[in-house]
Design a protein around this ligand. Sequence first.
Ligand SMILES: [Zn+2]
Length: 82
Amino acid sequence: MTLEDILKKTVGLPLDFTDRKEVLYSCPCSRERIIRAIVALGEKEIKDIIEKGEEIEIQCEFCKNLFIFSLEELRSILENMR
Ligand SMILES: [Zn+2]
């Protein structure tokens, strides 16, 4: 599974929708929500990402909002998990 697949599973957002009415609602995604999804990946997974030494970009497929997390932010997320 790719990181994206894992996030799709954990973010819990309606990543696919066919009902036109859905667009009337504002997307429930937020940075906090994405952080919770990252936390849900677990400490080891986050460490692996940090070890790769690249910031990560996570796009909400619902509203196309792009969330970018720097290594520093990932480290602080990891710190807050302890
Ligand atoms: Zn969104």
